[in-house]
Design a binder for this molecule. Structure first.
Ligand code: FAD
Ligand code: DHB
Length: 389
């Protein structure tokens, strides 16, 4: 088999990259080790920045998003006695959209399977080879158990945090930064209409809580818990009680409903540099992880592949290497901005049990809720800084 760009991993990064390349006349093949059903059901992110929505729309996969997604004009920041709305259009002229990663993935897969580039599920033993040459290849075993070789001009490692691509880049040298936060999130999906018009990020002495949503009839809620917490110890009643306590505000009530999914998510930051070795390019979670506070993970994956697609088009159509040569540095500049913002949101909102920390956090929250300059800084980062392709 031969293609121009071999893409490892059919998460949002790999699928969108394939689509962006196809629109520019560049061939690709996407190799995914899980099944289609598994990939489409994986519940993860839910907030799309303005540039993500624009990119998906320009890529022709934004119709359902525009129909079924919910455009949001701000967030509430809450601390005891106060729930303050940050008005994003007034602060920075941008909005965000609620539309689940599951739905983004389904839209991309449907488009790809309807005449787009090949997308192979349930492959195994994927190995990128000869990435320091101009003709790298990917060895893999297809779903029927046959050994295959995919000859390429370039390889995109969009295979997430546990993929095979990052170790190949790091073997040639490089650096990794890591921070494990001493918190975790317990997340639930519930069949109940959201009790709020905008997302609520709530500081509380018992710990952070977040009220998000997926649709007018489905809510997504999170509680800060200890990293070692076992999901079996959290009955639905215990979860709803804790949520009600942490979101409590006079005159407001939290509606409860049937919990359809619950899990505990670790919180860490991770950055691997460079994001390139020869003709192998990393994008998305394969190169970096952010803690979820601030909803940057999926958006950063989209930003990476937007840069990478333009760089690969320039390389493969015009034989010019300027954009691939600067790809890693340009992508990492945005990665570190988002890593800082995720750290800022995480640090401002999660309680550590330390009384001094708590006063600093409350002071920061009061500042963001009273100073237009401080609010604008948060709003610009939250809605996503413009992407300089
Ligand atoms: P992934 O979505 O991880 O896709 C990588 C793909 O590669 C997967 O389909 C995987 O099966 C495949 N793969 C892996 N190894 C191989 C291999 N060897 N061969 C072939 N294929 C391979 N972000 C937010 O902004 N908000 C959130 O609330 C949020 N919640 C999250 C919850 C969880 C549990 C997790 C794990 C992440 C969450 N994120 C969240 C982060 C966000 O989902 C990711 O940043 C996003 O999925 C990154 O997309 P990606 O395509 O880079 O990686
Ligand atoms: C969601 C997740 C986040 O990390 C966040 O900051 C906002 C919303 C969500 O899953 O809906």
């Amino acid at each position: 088999m031969r293609t121009q760009v071999g893409i490892i991993g059919a998460g949002p990064a790999g699928l969108l990259l394939s689509r962006l390349l196809a629109l520019q006349g560049i061939d690709s093949v996407v190799l995914e080790n899980r099944s289609r059903a598994y990939v489409e059901a994986r519940i993860r992110a839910g907030i799309l920045e303005q540039h993500t929505v624009d990119t998906l729309t320009e890529a022709g996969v934004g119709d359902r998003l525009r129909r079924e997604g919910l455009e949001h004009h701000g967030i509430y920041l809450q601390y005891p006695g106060t729930r303050h709305k940050l008005d994003f259009p007034a602060l920075c002229g941008r909005t965000v959209w609620v539309y689940g990663q599951t739905e983004v993935t389904k839209d991309l897969i449907t488009t790809q399977l309807a005449g787009g580039p090949p997308l192979l599920f349930e492959v195994s033993d994927v190995i990128p080879e000869d990435v320091d040459t101009d003709s790298p290849r990917i060895r893999f075993t297809d779903a029927d158990g046959n050994a295959q070789v995919l000859e390429c001009d370039a390889i995109a490692g969009t295979d997430g945090f546990h993929g095979v691509s990052r170790p190949v880049v790091q073997q040639a040298g490089g650096r990794v930064w890591e921070r494990t936060y001493p918190y975790a999130w317990l997340g639930i999906l519930a069949d109940v209409a959201p009790s709020t018009d905008e997302l609520i990020y709530a500081w509380h002495p018992d710990g952070f809580a977040l009220h998000s949503m997926r649709s007018p009839s489905v809510s997504r809620l999170y509680l800060q818990v200890s990293p070692g917490e076992q999901i079996e110890d959290w009955s639905d009643d215990r979860i709803w009680d804790n949520l009600a306590t942490r979101f409590a505000l006079d005159g407001w009530e939290l509606c409860t409903g049937t919990v359809t999914d619950k899990s505990v998510l670790p919180m860490r930051s991770f950055v691997s540099a460079p994001m390139r070795r020869g003709r192998l390019f990393l994008a998305g979670d394969a190169a970096h992880i952010v803690p979820p506070t601030g909803a940057k993970g999926l958006n950063l994956a989209v930003a990476d592949v937007t840069l990478l697609a333009a760089a690969l088009v320039r390389l493969l159509r015009e034989q010019r290497s300027d954009l691939v040569d600067s790809y890693s540095d340009r992508a990492l500049a945005r990665v570190w901005r988002c890593t800082h913002f995720s750290w800022f949101m995480t640090s401002m909102l999660h309680t550590s049990g330390d009384a001094f920390d708590a006063e600093l956090q409350l002071s920061q929250l009061r500042r963001v809720c009273s100073s237009e300059a401080a609010a604008r800084e948060l709003a610009e980062n939250y809605t996503g800084l413009p992407l300089d392709v």
